[in-house]
Design a protein around this ligand. Structure first.
Ligand code: FMN
Length: 274
């Protein structure tokens, strides 16, 4: 990957330079160089990659130190194939050498409550499921950055939520464990290049002191042009511009890939979600 200056990386992320009075360092470089990769080569991962990523994940902050997340690491090609089918047939799940399934895990606390004969009714509330999902997300992003810092690439897989019951069966998940998302890990195929994807202008998502809705919506217009250029440059087919594309993804329950049944599914997986 080319060494870029902070200014060049801001240019790539926002389509314009953002003056930052800050020295570049390796951590910032890893963060700002991020792009999702969906084409992997079959080069094996360095020894102990999984342990490194787990340690990075566990080093993230977590709610009340409950550590209410877990992961399942999948390398078996047949299992990856089945998980790919359950996730909208995404080819990169088959081709990546390591597929991580990040879990909101309340089962450990339930088991400990039973063992110590202490109450754990709080687990039945939406709040605790939220805690598990937040913890899994924070851990996974730390692992993603650790992977990228050693030259690996990743892509998150929300498709794992298309059919959580079947995924739970495939991975032998106990009740009160929910697969939040997957993550492909591997070396990017050097033949396939990919670009840093621009983000909304800071004015669209960051507010000072109080939320400013009109300013946020106004700033999106600038982004639409930026993304049109990005789609064109990268030969990406989309449902119109970024706004049309985004609204298409949320047009109704039929756009949620089965996930409109999430509430029922959670109940089946042992979450009361009170
Ligand atoms: C929770 C989550 C779920 C995602 N699910 C998928 C997925 O199922 N398939 C996929 O190809 N990309 C998936 N992505 C990747 C996003 O599309 C990608 O991060 C986004 O377009 C921004 O591009 P970038 O990561 O290259 O900057 C997911 C990302 C996140 C954070």
């Amino acid at each position: 990957m080319n060494k870029l200056t902070l200014e060049q990386l801001m240019q790539a992320r926002y389509g314009k330079s953002i003056p930052l009075d800050c020295e570049m360092n390796e951590t910032l470089e890893t963060i700002f160089q991020h792009r999702s990769i969906r084409t992997y080569c079959d080069k094996p991962l360095p020894k102990d990659t999984l342990e490194l990523l787990i340690a990075a994940g566990q080093s993230a902050s977590n709610s009340s130190n409950l550590q209410s997340w877990s992961l399942v690491a999948v390398e078996d090609p047949e299992r990856k194939d089945r998980l790919s089918k359950l996730s909208g047939n995404q080819e990169h799940i088959r081709t990546c050498p390591l597929f991580l399934v990040w879990l909101a895990d309340l089962s450990r606390l339930e088991a400990l409550g039973k063992k110590r004969e202490l109450p754990y009714d709080g687990l039945n509330y939406l709040e605790l499921l939220t805690v598990g999902m937040i913890d899994a997300a924070l851990a996974s992003q730390n692992a993603a950055l650790a992977a990228e810092s050693i030259g690996l690439s990743i892509v998150y897989i929300g498709g794992i939520r298309n059919n959580p019951e079947a995924v739970a069966k495939e991975l032998n998940l106990p009740p009160r464990v929910f697969p939040v998302f997957g993550m492909c890990v591997g070396y990017c195929d050097p033949e396939k290049s990919s670009s840093i994807k621009p983000r909304l202008p800071q004015a669209a998502i960051a507010h000072r002191e109080q939320y400013n809705a009109p300013r946020s919506i106004e700033a999106v217009e600038e982004y639409v042009n930026e993304m049109n250029a990005f789609y064109e440059k990268n030969n990406m087919k989309t449902n119109g511009d970024w706004v049309q594309h985004s609204l298409y993804r949320i047009r109704g329950p039929e756009s949620l890939n089965g996930r409109e049944h999430m509430h029922e599914w959670l109940k089946k997986l042992g979450f009361e979600v009170k």
